[in-house]
Design a protein around this ligand. Sequence first.
Ligand code: SF4
Length: 214
Amino acid sequence: MTRHRTDRILTTMGITLWERRAEPSPCGFQEATSGWQRLMHDVAQCTRCPLHKGRTQTVFGVGPQGAAWCFVGEAPGAEEDRQGQPFVGRAGGLLGAMLRALSLSREEVFIANVLKCRPPANRDPEPLEVESCLPFLSEQLAYVGPRVIVALGRFAAQSLLATDEPLSRLRGRVHDYHGMPLVVTYHPAYLLRRPADKAAAWADLKRAREALAS
Ligand code: SF4
């Protein structure tokens, strides 16, 4: 993703880009830290909402900048909070299987959640928490600039699309997220409980693949 395109996407999102600069070096030069590093630092230090009090660590997300695919879930669970990685455990295993079905590896896609800190007892995110944390995800997506975004589950879909439409109405079509195609499917944790819906999820993923190719 070029810096110009990142800036343009951030501007359409209403996000003002700024970069913290390092202390002057002994020889008088100042070196800019990258926006991505600054974002990682800001997430790690964040106390914008009360969830920071109960976290073991923030879960920033994993994957390369410039990934063609971005998968976005809801929030870290207990294992994610422990490991600092999104989608580990059984739901992560199923996401891995979904990626393999698309001939993708986990290493080549970007994976993140709407919330970077675990809600207590894995309860649903609250509106204030989503409002506080969503700008981080927006910036991540602007930096990565994927060719398609897959929203995993109702919370990710409703948060990214700023809607309260039910999942049933959000699935089945390609949405526009600041110029990037976005497809909605079920969260892997849901599919573990309702394996009968895996066929519908596969149809969603094929829709995402078509959107990426078009
Ligand atoms: S959930 Fe997001 S906004 Fe809340 S403390 Fe964690 S990083 Fe900050």
